[in-house]
Ligand binder design. Structure first.
Ligand SMILES: [Zn+2]
Length: 602
């Protein structure tokens, strides 16, 4: 990939815009601040600098430019990240036939988008989608909603999508990877996994379809033996346990609403949005978990979990309380009037009734306390004892927030329980400790610990001259030929710096332009690239790089000859070893004058 293409993609993707698609950023002086999406952040540690087009996390130390951000966040390589950014900016990158990432994320996204278009076109126009259109009309969803959310229909035949793919020349292998078709158990070929279903495209935070939820038509002959809802299986693009339906629309309304609400069904989300209640999203048929909460927390500090009155049983409440304790979020619980789901409520009583439900949400601890105290006999000593056991039992098992944030939150919780139940805090703390010991709960192996450790080797002390050499070369690639002639990679002791120098030399030897961007493509190691970007930035701040390079090359030469000089010196002092000393002198002269050095390829 040509160097100027990389530059073009970077110029077309402002780092604030791109990062802002993944999390809420607030202006803070000349930079923008947000919660770091690369670790479990509790204070906004993530800085984005628009002038230098860099991000930095003050907590997990991640650092880089727009391409490394996409690499980190999407867990993709350099080429894929570049491809994703190019698409975002409407730039077409020419394909190099040998690209190892042809099955990459961008291609998978293309395939899902293509399929979504097929299902959508079918729902809008195809005669076989008649029953589907009727069903959607009966649910009260408008044509505008159908278009805006790209709803579709997957016909019942079982080979409809396979046929479309063959006609359009779309890869069946990729369709299989994204979970839309599967190999037949008997005989050759594939079959459609979604049949006779309304297709709800599930979009990621940036609004790209990554999977589907399919709802079988009630009158379908398949309905008796197939599940009512069927989701895309786990694919490289889609994971059921952390996807949120409608998040791409809901997140934009989160800041002004001050919260994001979580409901259960696709139609609940669609109806809420259709009626103007926008900060509403849904899990994919799974209970709200810590991964969901971390995503939502990136946009807004308050999450409202909407329970159906009958269904939100004790287990659901306890799970919510555990999340409230273990996540840095204001998790509130709202209950719907008996027997209604949000969609029913919205249709029967309108948007204001639903808004009132959301407004009536109370935080998860309050909700749990209300519930246990509403139980019979709660006024007496025994009732209060049972309430304490029930609440502390959940808290004792929940993972706790790390550090000060966790200690403060726990203090507040215990304080509130004490007040509410008219008990002394010391007694609650003692009981909590007891429960934790009994159950072995209360700690959480924090995710990302391993990732922090893998940086240790990279940060191993490098000799200053090795670090400075890379700082200069990365900031001033025209100097690479001079270094190539004078310093061998084997002379660099630090493994990371050595890899960078080898990469630069390899580009030079291959006759490619020597630049950090091309080096990153070659190395495809985000940790190393991060290191290189830091070095480059230091190098760019140097005033006299040419002078620095001269000094450095002299320093390396000094390093190379020092051991020989020292030995020569000692041998010359030893009597009767002149023969050997003269040989050393010869070697030293050769080295100093570049004999045996590398010949630059230019
Ligand atoms: Zn971080």
């Amino acid at each position: 990939m040509a160097d100027d293409r990389v530059k073009q993609v970077k110029e077309a993707n402002d780092i604030v815009d791109v990062v802002g698609q993944y999390l809420s950023l607030r202006p803070a002086g000349q930079t923008f601040k947000g919660l770091c999406p690369l670790h479990d952040d509790h204070t906004p540690s993530f800085d984005v600098d628009p002038r230098r087009q860099r991000y930095r996390c003050w907590s997990c130390q991640k650092y880089g430019d727009v391409i490394s951000f996409v690499q980190e966040f999407e867990h993709v390589g350099f080429v894929e990240a570049l491809e994703l950014l190019a698409r975002r900016a409407g730039i077409t990158l020419e394909k190099t036939g040998a690209s190892p990432n042809r099955e990459g994320r961008a291609r998978l996204l293309d395939v899902v988008r293509w399929a979504a278009q097929q299902f959508h076109a079918c729902l809008l126009d195809d005669p076989q989608a008649e029953a589907a259109r009727r069903y959607i009309g009966e649910r009260g969803l408008t044509g505008e909603t159908v278009r805006k959310y790209g709803l579709g229909y997957a016909p019942a035949s079982g080979n409809w999508l396979v046929g479309k793919a063959q006609t359009a020349g779309v890869s069946e292998e990729l369709l299989e990877t994204v979970g839309l078709i599967a190999k037949r158990e008997q005989g050759p070929g594939h079959y459609d996994r979604f049949r006779d279903r309304i297709q709800f495209p599930i979009r990621n935070v940036q609004g790209q379809p990554v999977g589907f939820g399919g709802r079988i038509l009630p009158a379908s002959p398949l309905a008796a033996r197939a599940p009512k809802y069927y989701n895309s299986c786990e694919t490289p693009l889609f994971s059921k346990s952390d996807s949120l339906y409608g998040i791409d629309t809901a997140r934009n309304a989160a800041a002004s609403a001050g919260f994001l609400a979580v409901v259960e069904g696709y139609t609940d989300v669609l109806m809420a949005h259709q009626m103007g209640v926008l900060p509403v999203t849904a899990t994919m048929g799974t209970a709200l978990n810590a991964r969901h909460v971390r995503q939502l927390r990136r946009f807004v500090p308050r999450v409202v979990l909407v329970f159906d009155a009958d269904e939100g049983g004790d287990a659901g409440v306890d799970r919510a309380l555990a999340l409230f304790v273990g996540c840095d979020v204001d998790l509130a619980v709202a209950t719907l009037p008996g027997g209604l789901d949000p969609c029913d409520l919205l249709l029967a009583q309108g948007a204001d009734a639903f808004r009132a439900v959301l407004d009536g949400a109370v935080d998860a601890l309050e909700f749990k306390l209300n519930r246990v105290l509403a139980g019979d006999g709660s006024a007496g000593v025994e009732g209060r004892r049972r309430a304490v056991e029930s609440v502390l039992g959940v808290i004792a098992l929940a993972p706790t927030l790390p550090g000060q944030a966790g200690a403060v939150k726990m203090q507040l919780l215990v304080n509130r329980i004490a007040q509410r139940l008219a008990l002394r805090e010391e007694n609650l703390w003692a009981r909590l400790d007891e429960l934790r010991r009994e159950r072995g709960g209360g700690t959480d192996p924090r995710p990302g610990r391993a990732a922090e450790e893998d940086g240790a080797e990279r940060r191993a002390k490098a000799r200053p001259e090795e670090r400075h050499l890379l700082e200069v070369l990365l900031a001033e690639p025209e100097f690479v030929p001079a270094a190539y002639a004078a310093v061998r990679p084997q002379e660099i002791e630090h493994p990371g710096l050595r890899a960078l120098l080898e990469g630069l030399y390899a580009l030079l030897a291959a006759g490619e332009p020597v630049s950090l961007d091309l080096l990153r493509e070659r190395l495809d190691n985000v940790r190393l690239a991060e290191h290189a970007l830091k070095l480059q930035d230091v190098g760019r701040r140097m005033t006299d790089r040419a002078g620095a390079l001269r000094d450095l090359l002299r320093c390396f030469e000094e390093r190379r000859t020092r051991p020989v000089k020292e030995e020569l010196h000692s041998r010359l002092q030893a009597p009767g070893d002149h023969e050997a000393a003269l040989e050393l002198l010869r070697q030293l002269t050769q080295r100093t004058h570049g004999g045996g050095g590398l010949t630059p390829p230019l």
